[in-house]
Structure formats: C-alpha cells, structure tokens
Design a protein around this ligand. Structure first.
Ligand SMILES: CC(=O)SCCNC(=O)CCNC(=O)[C@H](O)C(C)(C)COP(=O)(O)OP(=O)(O)OC[C@H]1O[C@@H](n2cnc3c(N)ncnc32)[C@H](O)[C@@H]1OP(=O)(O)O
Ligand SMILES: N[C@@H](CCO)C(=O)O
Length: 387
C-alpha cells in the first residue's frame, strides 16, 4: 500500500554529497510508492519517494487544500514556519502564512519536492536498489510523470480536489498538467511566467546549460555521486547557473544595478571582476552548495519535454480541457518565458479571462520577487473560488 510517513517516522533524506552539507533536516514528510513507477518515456523507477511539506489544517470536508509547485531549483520549503528545527525561510514567505494571500489559518497548503529533484524526493542522487546512487542510470522523466506522483500524493492525503493549484515557471508547467490531466480535481489555477510548451529558445538555453554540466570532467558520465563530494561537477553546474541566472533577470535591471562598476577594490583590467561578474559568481556558488548536478540535468530535460498538447491533439485541444477558474500572468520584462507564451495560455484556456501582467524590472524572477502583485492575483482568484 502506498503510504505517507508521519513526521516522527521520517528518516533523513539520502545523503547526496557536498551540496547537502549545512542543510539541516526539516520537518518534511514523505510519500512512498510501493510499486515501481512506469514512465511516459519507458522504463520505471522503483522505490519512489516524494518529500513534501504542509501548512495549516485540512478542513473536515477537505475543501481547503492548495497545491504549490516549485520551479527548477526550488523545493518544498515554500514558507519558513513549518515547525521546530526547520531550515529557515521559505522561497514564498510573503505569500504563504498567517494573514498572507495563502492564509494558513484558512488554507491547507501542500508543497512537494518534484520527482527527480534533490531535496528529499527520488532523483539521480538517491540510492537505487542495490545500494548505489542512481547517477547515469536515472531514467528520463517528463512533467507528466512528475504530476502523476503528485496526484498519488493527493490521494494519499485524502484530497480529491484542490481548491487551487499554483506554480511559476517549471512549477507552472506542472500546474498546467494538473489542470489538463485532472480537470475534475483542479478547482482553480494560477499560472505564472510559464508556457504551454517549451520553446525552441528555451530548449536552446537549456542545451548550453546541459553542455556546461556534462562537459565538466567531474561529471563522469553522471556517475560522480560515489566520488569525493568535493569533486562533483561543480564548475559545470556553476557555469550553467550563471547563464541561467542572466536569463532570469532583465537587461535594464542588470544595467541600472551594476553598470560597469568594478567589484569592491577589484580591477577588471588586472584579473579583477565587474560587480555583475561577482554577482553571478555568488549565485553559482550558492546553487552548487545546495543542488545536485544530476537533478539539474534531469529536471532541465523534463522541462524541455514539456508540451501540453503531446498526444492530446495539440496545444489548443489540450488547453480547451481546462475547467478550473484560471488566471494566467506574465512578467512584462521576462525574456526567458516571454509574455507571448502566457498570451497563448490565456487565449487558449476557456476559463482564463484576460492575461494579467506583473510589472517588474526583474524579468522572469519577478514571479518570485513581486510578492504583492502575486498576492493580489491569488486573492482575486480565491475570492471567486467556492470553498
Ligand atoms: C521557486 C524557486 O525557484 S525557489 C528557489 C529560490 N530561487 C532561487 O534560488 C533562484 C535564484 N535566485 C534568484 O533568482 C534570486 O536570488 C531570488 C529570486 C531568490 C531573489 O531575488 P533578489 O531578491 O532580487 O536577489 P538577488 O538576485 O539580488 O540576489 C541577492 C544576492 O546576491 C548577492 N549580491 C548582490 N550583489 C552582489 C555582488 N556584486 N557580488 C556578489 N554577490 C552579490 C547578495 O549579497 C545576495 O546574496 P544572498 O542571496 O546570499 O543573501
Ligand atoms: N529562479 C528560478 C528560475 C526558474 O524559474 C529557479 O531557480 O528555479
């Protein structure tokens, strides 16, 4: 029988090398699947576990459950107040909590770590049957595989219908998959800075990042996990993050914030760095400390696979299946997921209404940073949602 382990019985997440150091065990729970998971692309994953966190209480009639889906390098730790010993602030603290748009005095908020990730859910750094880490043997995943396990988690929690499913970027891809695969289980839907299908340019940016990781000699074909933790493909992952981070921000922001200013006392003409270079170095180092390169590759390929219309008669036919009350929002300066993609979503989803635009200098990351505007969208959507 598939089970949800209560917090008191939760073992520590699998050690996955240097990127886990300093990450204290949280009050995460796990969903465990008994049978191997058969994958859309073929193959299977035995022993699937999905880490998740919850906030608030499920109402007796189970009508107040909200599913929050994280982006590429996010995790289940949406908000900080999950309990004693928890690892610090969450990535959407301004949205989830008492008195916030997702008020946890009213809503029961659930956030899983995506399948293929490295923050407690089964992924390339997890132990495979036989005791070695999956590494290169970890199979190709799609967003639909990931959503299938999320749907099982919902069943295990006794949630037959979400009042709301919300996600941005990669999380928005999964939120859309929810609304198309399980319309009867998705009451409302908020899609932020996401797309109906990964575009040629998004696949192109991803391609360069995949080459950066796999080109690192310490990648070892994906089987670096058993090696000295200090010798993972950190340079390659850092390079991928630098590139990705530029796509997450806007050109005017970088220019107005950093311009041509050298970093502190450094001299760019003598081996020193400009401020913007130091900024990218910082974000690269931060990711390398907390994220597994194998998961980065697996999740990036899963994002590339995203096409809501695959096997459903195309994008328009798939979008027409959505019955959830929907809001679609673009960030006006997003150069990675340009507003044309959200225009397509808003036009194609029958219940979506007009496209909403988040005004922000920050580009794609606006969906993480512009908390007030995202909160207003949630409040509007939830005020229309019967509970
Ligand atoms: C859904 C999810 O993805 S959740 C996971 C969280 N997301 C991420 O980590 C994505 C990557 N990070 C980001 O995109 C952003 O940091 C966000 C969205 C989380 C926050 O954006 P902002 O508040 O605008 O932060 P910003 O991009 O300016 O980064 C601030 C950091 O840069 C550092 N920094 C700023 N200027 C410099 C510089 N010249 N040299 C070195 N570091 C610098 C700051 O000290 C700060 O460090 P800290 O984060 O360790 O405290
Ligand atoms: N900052 C986000 C961008 C991708 O949406 C992340 O790292 O997940």
């Amino acid at each position: 029988m598939n089970t949800v382990l209560p917090p008191s019985e939760v073992p520590l997440p699998p050690a996955s090398g240097a990127w886990r150091e300093g990450d204290p065990p949280g009050r995460r729970q796990w969903y465990e699947r008994d049978a191997p998971l058969a994958l859309e692309a073929g193959g299977e994953v035995p022993g699937v576990r999905m880490a998740f966190e919850t906030w608030g209480r499920l109402a007796p009639d189970r009508s107040n459950a909200v599913l929050v889906l994280h982006a590429l390098t996010g995790d289940s730790h949406v908000a900080g107040a999950a309990g004693p010993g928890h690892p610090g602030p969450g990535w959407w603290d301004g949205i989830v909590g008492t008195g916030r748009a997702l008020d946890t005095d009213h809503w029961f908020v659930v956030a899983p770590n995506v399948l293929g990730g490295c923050q407690g859910s089964t992924g390339p750094s997890s132990l495979a049957p036989g005791g070695r880490r999956w590494g290169s043997r970890f199979p190709f995943l799609t967003q639909r595989d990931q959503v299938l396990v999320e749907a099982e988690l919902a069943e295990a929690l006794g949630i037959d219908r979400w009042a709301l499913v919300v996600g941005g970027s990669m999380g928005g891809m999964r939120a859309l998959e929810w609304a198309v695969s399980y319309p009867e289980r998705t009451g409302a839907l908020l899609l932020l800075a996401t797309a109906a299908a990964a575009s040629a340019e998004q696949i192109a940016w991803a391609n360069i990042q995949l080459h950066a990781v796999r080109g690192d000699p310490n990648w070892r074909g994906g089987d670096y996990h058993g090696a000295d933790p200090g010798r993972g493909p950190h340079a390659g992952l850092g390079l991928a993050r630098r590139l990705a981070h530029v796509t997450y921000r806007s050109e005017p922001e970088l220019q107005s914030r950093f311009g041509r200013t050298p970093q502190a006392t450094e001299d760019p003409w003598n081996g020193g760095r400009y401020q913007v270079e130091s900024y990218l170095d910082h974000h690269a180092a931060k990711l390398v400390r907390r994220f597994d390169a194998g998961s980065y590759v697996t999740l990036t390929e899963a994002m590339n696979s995203h096409d809501i219309g695959r096997g459903r008669g195309g994008v328009r036919a798939a979008l027409s299946r959505v019955t959830a009350r929907t809001l679609v929002a673009a960030v006006d300066t997003d150069r990675l997921y340009p507003p044309s993609q959200q225009t397509e979503l808003a036009a194609g989803i029958p219940t979506a209404g007009r496209l909403r635009v988040i005004e922000s200098p920050y580009g794609h990351d606006g969906f993480l940073i512009e908390v007030k505007q995202v909160a207003a969208l949630l409040t509007e959507l939830l005020s229309r949602t019967a509970t």
